[in-house]
Design a binder for this molecule. Structure first.
Ligand code: SF4
Ligand code: SF4
Length: 342
């Protein structure tokens, strides 16, 4: 069973929720797109239904709300270190099933990867409630079904958003009373069954068996010419977690400052550079191989699930029209499996 609301009723609930939560959803930032006169669709704080943009895919994912692009870890003076205050409010993320699954992929890396969780991530992650929005058509470059990220059942509230009515399945007791003011209707959350684009993930066994051949395969050299190492693919990806550290010294007192972590990318220059100028992966082809194998081999081998959620953002944003999906399908093809791409 579900609850049917009209937009005004939904917005009244949103206003009540805002007392305890910050609400985040996909929004339009006018004129901030990659080209002049284009808008950036990204995640940001919202107040009402009308603030959200669902007809276009966001360039960046909700990842940046719980794993921010730049995050102060501590402030320092000559003799003191202080951690920043944490916003007391909890958070509600309005997101599609693929992006909700991407948060679970982040959890593997930032919480369950080793003996202790990343406390900075945990502080934000613990505050999150999932308001998952039904997505039955996807976008042209999506391949969520192929990687099993088209469904998400561990939601707090599931919503079907239509222009004149919103139908909700409320799972979390915390929200039952609030949503109880709507009309009771028959409703079961639905998920997309097929994307027009498909990705064929090679099996871990095949990758294990042929990893030495794959490592040296000349196919990766194609990317030496095509990739420019801009890192857009990583920064738009909802499951990439790499970061680097920056110490910032204040101009008016250079002995005081703050340490921040900022997103990093395995595709950009300097990522593997070490003392003495040595770098593990100098060519763009080597970096593409690393990124691809990390997503389809190392991560699933360790956590039992593919790292990619098939959102297609990496393909959407690449200025060189490099398709990660095609790279994965080529690997599959090289290993003797069927490929959906030529
Ligand atoms: S690798 Fe590409 S398709 Fe997969 S989750 Fe990252 S951005 Fe989305
Ligand atoms: S977005 Fe494209 S060009 Fe830029 S680093 Fe990624 S694959 Fe290379």
């Amino acid at each position: 069973m579900g609850v049917k609301l009209n937009p005004t009723e939904f917005n009244t609930i949103a206003q009540v929720l805002k007392d305890k939560y910050r609400l985040y959803g996909p929004i339009r930032r006018k004129g901030l797109g990659a080209f002049s006169d284009t808008d950036l669709i990204t995640y940001g704080e919202i107040s009402c239904l009308e603030d959200m943009v669902w007809e276009e895919k966001t360039r960046f994912s909700p990842k940046e709300i719980i794993h921010p692009i730049t995050q102060t870890l501590f402030y320092f003076t000559q003799d003191e270190v202080m951690e920043p205050k944490i916003d007391e409010k909890e958070m509600i993320l309005f997101l599609r099933p693929c992006d909700a699954n991407a948060v679970l992929k982040l959890d593997h890396i930032l919480i369950h990867n080793g003996s202790c969780a990343d406390s900075y991530y945990m502080q934000l992650r613990e505050k999150v409630k999932f308001f998952v929005v039904e997505c039955l058509t996807g976008f042209e470059t999506c391949s969520c079904v192929s990687v099993g990220s088209h469904q998400f059942l561990n939601y707090d509230v599931f919503l079907r958003l239509a222009k004149e009515e919103i139908v909700c399945d409320v799972k979390s007791q915390e929200f039952t009373a609030l949503f109880g003011r709507g009309e009771i209707v028959d409703y079961q959350p639905q998920f997309i069954h097929e994307n027009s684009m498909k990705v064929r993930l090679p099996s871990i066994e095949a990758l294990n068996k042929h990893q030495a051949d794959l490592f040296h395969h000349p196919f990766w050299e194609d990317y030496d010419q095509r990739c420019i190492g801009c890192g857009r693919c990583n920064f738009s990806c909802p499951t990439c977690t790499c970061f680097t550290m920056k110490d910032i010294f204040y101009q008016d007192n250079p002995e005081c400052g703050e340490r921040r972590r900022v997103w990093a990318s395995c595709m950009v220059d300097g990522y593997t550079e070490m003392a003495g100028g040595h770098a593990y992966r100098k060519s763009f082809g080597q970096r593409m191989r690393f990124k691809t194998m990390h997503k389809i081999f190392d991560y699933p081998k360790r956590f039992g699930t593919p790292m990619c959620v098939g959102c297609g953002r990496c393909d959407d944003v690449c200025p060189e029209y490099i398709s990660f999906r095609t790279a994965v399908n080529k690997v599959s093809h090289l290993l003797g499996g069927e490929s959906n791409e030529k």
